[in-house]
Design a binder for this molecule. Structure first.
Ligand SMILES: [Zn+2]
Length: 412
């Protein structure tokens, strides 16, 4: 129903365009995939059934099959009154949804740079607050700010700039682009002729636009795709506190459903600086330093939960996006012996040496446990033979996807 209705509308537009323009506008057009109008193009391909090869971008216009021209900035005006629920019937308000693409996380954590171009330097403080708020989610995307020395966008970063959106857009605070090819949206533009924003409204707007850059849609309109693994309440109820609502709102924190949506797309990792007990999923024993000895090279094994510091680890996020695990009782680090890549190499404690032998990716699994993958060797933290015996050795082993390599983190 939806597709047919929209398709007939689009053909009506096509006929009009053919009558009044009668020419193709392919000259000087850009190829697709340059970051412009990704949501609109995805809609044309996924919902309307056009081929990617049917669509070109010409300036700020999206041209379909040669002569259907849409103003990219106001693309959704063509469709806003026609959006109906998938089951038919009345217009519904969209809840927590996503654009359909997300930022790729190759391993561990993806560090994303917010490149503040000179035109946006006025917003530096709000942008830093924005990064801090996102980072407090402990997700596997982390944001770092840098000041661009010139007004040039850098690929792979979110480039933040100020631009004049023109007289027809004075009600718009900012715009953002969607994730593309695993990278976050390449730009956030703040409207120099948009509504005045208090510092709190600046932060709300920037946090909102970052949400778009990582794939979140508005929570008060009705397009995008469902986020599957969020609580039902976040799927069916309007969220009056969501930062993904449209509007010039003050920042009052992420709503509970915002947090669920972020967690669903970008995991939830241990808090950097937090102290944790690691309990093995397969054996229900704890990651333990033998006799709580402080000697470098002391073995790490599993042992029955005894509640003391021999089984406590301080988790620290390092600048490379990996974690260091420092033993609370001995102040030594969780280490693969000689950084050897052989499966079965022993895991021990060793003096903090700052290198890759002591760096681990921590990845949330669907069952709520975590897999730890060693940065230097790409092998997983593993209990030998998944033995339930207290004292069974902890080693590294090739990723085998089973419970011998799953750990439950409990924060002190
Ligand atoms: Zn928005």
């Amino acid at each position: 129903m939806k597709k047919n209705l929209l398709k007939s509308m689009l053909w009506a537009v096509a006929v009009m365009a053919a009558v009044f323009t009668g020419c193709k506008k392919e000259k000087d057009s850009l190829k697709l995939g340059q970051g412009l109008y990704q949501e609109e193009i995805a809609f044309l391909i996924n919902d309307m059934g056009f081929l990617a090869s049917d669509i070109i971008i010409d300036g700020n216009q999206i041209i379909v099959q040669g002569d259907m021209a849409f103003d990219g900035e106001n693309f959704w005006d063509h469709f806003s009154n026609e959006q109906v629920s998938e089951t038919g019937g009345s217009i519904v308000e969209r809840k927590h949804r996503m654009v359909g693409t997300t930022v790729a996380i190759p391993n561990g954590i993806r560090n994303i740079t917010l490149n503040v171009l000179p035109s946006a330097s006025y917003y530096s403080s709000a942008i830093q607050s924005t990064a801090n708020a996102w980072n407090a989610r402990n997700s596997n995307i982390r944001f770092y700010c840098q000041n661009g020395s010139q007004e040039t966008e850098i690929a792979g970063m979110i480039n933040i700039k100020v631009a004049n959106f023109g007289p027809s857009s004075t009600n718009i605070m900012a715009q953002a682009s969607w994730p593309t090819n695993g990278d976050p949206g390449i730009r956030i533009r703040i409207n120099s002729t948009g509504p005045a924003m208090s510092p709190s409204q600046q932060i709300y707007t920037l946090i909102h636009e970052i949400g778009h850059c990582v794939g979140l849609c508005h929570t008060d309109t009705n397009d995008g795709y469902a986020i599957s693994n969020i609580p039902t309440t976040c799927k069916i109820n309007f969220d009056p506190f969501s930062v993904m609502r449209q509007g010039n709102n003050p920042w009052n924190g992420f709503s509970p459903c915002d947090k669920e949506a972020i967690k669903a797309l970008y995991s939830e990792l241990p808090v950097s600086g937090g102290t944790y007990k690691l309990t093995h999923k397969g054996t229900n024993q704890c990651l333990d330093v033998v006799n709580n000895s402080s000697n470098p090279g002391t073995n790490v094994r599993q042992w029955t939960d005894n509640g003391n510091n021999a089984q406590r680890w301080i988790i620290t996020l390092e600048s490379d996006g990996y974690f260091k695990l420092t033993h609370k009782g001995t102040n030594q680090c969780l280490d693969v012996a000689y950084n050897s890549s052989n499966p079965g190499t022993n895991v021990q404690q060793w003096t903090d040496n700052g290198n890759n032998a002591q760096r681990w990716a921590i990845q949330l699994q669907a069952d709520g446990s975590y897999k730890l993958t060693h940065k230097g060797t790409n092998q997983c933290l593993d209990v030998a033979y998944n033995s339930p015996n207290p004292g069974a050795n902890v080693q590294q082993w090739t990723d085998n996807g089973n419970d011998a390599q799953r750990w439950i983190f409990t924060q002190d």
